[in-house]
Design a protein around this ligand. Structure first.
Ligand SMILES: Cc1cc2nc3c(=O)[nH]c(=O)nc-3n(C[C@H](O)[C@H](O)[C@H](O)COP(=O)(O)OP(=O)(O)OC[C@H]3O[C@@H](n4cnc5c(N)ncnc54)[C@H](O)[C@@H]3O)c2cc1C
Length: 331
């Protein structure tokens, strides 16, 4: 483990009740599984966040930023180092401007509005804010749980759109403590993934790029619309979502990415006869075969066994490699 007693004392002195040691990650993931984080810290403000990051880098202590844990499977032995949540320190939404700012030629005709949402804001809060302001563009994200930071990092979306459709720029925290704004033209979007153009300095000393770069804020390019129309659309979107997905049970959403061509991951798993299949407390949902459910007392290990079973069976029967969408982290 990385934290010696001096490090623990430093964390307690700086963060008081906002730091917890050996914190079960099962309390912070939708799956409700996951062993302990060595330390779990919720900085109260931006200054505290910067101090914490600089300290971890200086001490060579790994850190891991989480959003709402809705796309995470934390392994049973937990997470080495410091887990950081931004829910306390980055929770503001601002209506930035009402000018035609979108750089896409097709958008110049329309009166676009920029909304800035900090990383710790819940995605559903941003969707509701947009509707209340009579702004269209965010409805694709209705029902996607999690935070704005997690949503940006995952390029979260549905068949109706993704973060790529609306994101104008992002602000990131550099491992040095500096803040950098990255414009849309420097962002690369792909299926459930975002990256930025080479030459933008984000590398630090931590072991994995994704673990270092912290999304602080996203600016979203929305368009004026009719509030009632948006509300009606929202009702329909949510109705369809809850009809097709086991949204009220512990899971991490769709476990696998859909293959680029042909049948969806859920269809392949269902055709492989795995709907309802169990390993201990973990089960492949009988409502949507791309969801693995924790029926109560599942371990991460049992979930991983089901994941492997689905991958092996689908490969054997259809020759398709299923790639995980869920982020699997920990020891
Ligand atoms: C019932 C259910 C339905 C779902 N439906 C959908 C859907 O329709 N479409 C879809 O795309 N997803 C869906 N998901 C998956 C998940 O909700 C999204 O991926 C969501 O955007 C993750 O956000 P989060 O805040 O929970 O991120 P987390 O799960 O906490 O983290 C995900 C990744 O993002 C990183 N991260 C989080 N915040 C930051 C930050 N500020 N800076 C840097 N990195 C960060 C984490 O380190 C991790 O690698 C669903 C999940 C569930 C449980």
């Amino acid at each position: 483990m990385a934290l010696d007693s001096g490090s623990r004392q430093w964390l307690i002195k700086l963060f008081g009740k906002s730091v917890r040691f050996k914190e079960p990650m099962s309390k912070h993931t939708y799956f409700r599984v996951g062993g302990p984080a060595e330390a779990y810290v919720a900085p109260e403000n931006f200054k505290e966040l910067v101090t914490l990051i600089k300290w971890t880098l200086q001490k060579n202590i790994p850190y891991f930023v989480i959003g709402d844990g809705t796309n995470l499977l934390v392994k049973d032995r937990g997470i080495h180092g410091v887990v950081i949540t931004l829910k306390k320190c980055l929770k503001k939404i601002t209506l930035v401007c009402k000018e035609p700012v979108c750089k896409e030629p097709a958008c110049k005709e329309k009166d676009r509005t920029i909304v800035a949402a900090m990383a710790g804001v819940k995605m559903q809060t941003l969707c509701s804010f947009a509707i209340e302001q009579g702004l269209g563009g965010m409805n694709f994200a209705l029902g996607i749980p999690g935070t704005v930071g997690g949503g940006i990092m995952m390029n979260a979306g549905t068949a109706c759109g993704s973060m790529e459709s609306v994101l104008d720029s992002v602000k990131i925290l550099l491992p040095t403590g500096g803040v950098q704004r990255i414009e849309r033209e420097d962002l690369n979007f792909s299926y459930r993934k975002i990256s930025w153009a080479k030459g933008i300095k984000t590398k630090g000393r931590n072991r994995d790029d994704q673990w270092q770069t912290i999304i602080l804020e996203g600016c979203f390019c929305l368009y004026p619309s009719d509030r009632q129309k948006l509300e009606k659309e929202a009702e329909e979107i949510l109705k369809t979502r809850y009809k097709n997905q086991p949204a009220n049970l512990p899971s991490a959403g769709c476990f696998f990415k859909n293959p680029l061509h042909g049948k969806t991951a859920g269809q392949l798993i269902e055709l492989a006869g795995l709907k309802g299949k169990r390993k201990g407390g973990a089960r492949i949902s009988s409502k949507h075969a791309n969801f693995i459910i924790n029926t109560g007392k599942a371990s991460a290990e049992e979930i991983l066994e089901l994941k492997e079973l689905a991958q092996e069976t689908v490969k054997k029967m259809f020759g398709v490699d299923l790639e995980t969408e869920v982020k699997i982290v920990g020891l």
